[in-house]
Design a protein around this ligand. Sequence first.
Ligand SMILES: [Mg+2]
Length: 186
Amino acid sequence: MKKCLFIDRDGTLILETDDFKIEKFDKLIFYPEVFYWLGKIVRELDYELVMVTNQDGLGTTDFPEKDFDEVQQFIIQTFEYEKIHFAEVLIDKSYPHQNLPTRKPGTGMLTKYFGADYDLPNSFVIGDRITDVLLAKNLGCKCFWLNDGRNLGATEIGNNNRETLQAYIATETRHWQKIYEHLKQL
Ligand SMILES: [Mg+2]
């Protein structure tokens, strides 16, 4: 059975922006030390990497697919050059009010990982929003929460309050190093 890291993109692999969309290269900054520590995770540990990201309104005139794709391709290629390979890249393009099952914290894009080939209890979500913690709950695993203090996603967790989600937080941190250290000692 394979263990996975379900990794968010914005705020996790790259820094989140104030307008929550990264469609231009001058808005692109990689998360500090992500290549070093995620690279060590990949080289020293045995996890399959899956990128899972909500991109609200992608494909609309406000957020054209072509602009997103150029930046996304650059991100993927840069990680590939660092030997960090994502087995799958899953992008939901809907808005929160549409309540689609494919949108995180929904698991609609991740149904295959509930199958017998995957070890979900020993897998992790890594993300910067409390909705990423809720995704971990919905998958039956735990989350490394890269909480930047902005409380992102708080309006989307419904009846799940911070206390009920505490059990699904492996570590709350701002540093990829802490994620590596936690995984390394398992
Ligand atoms: Mg994020």
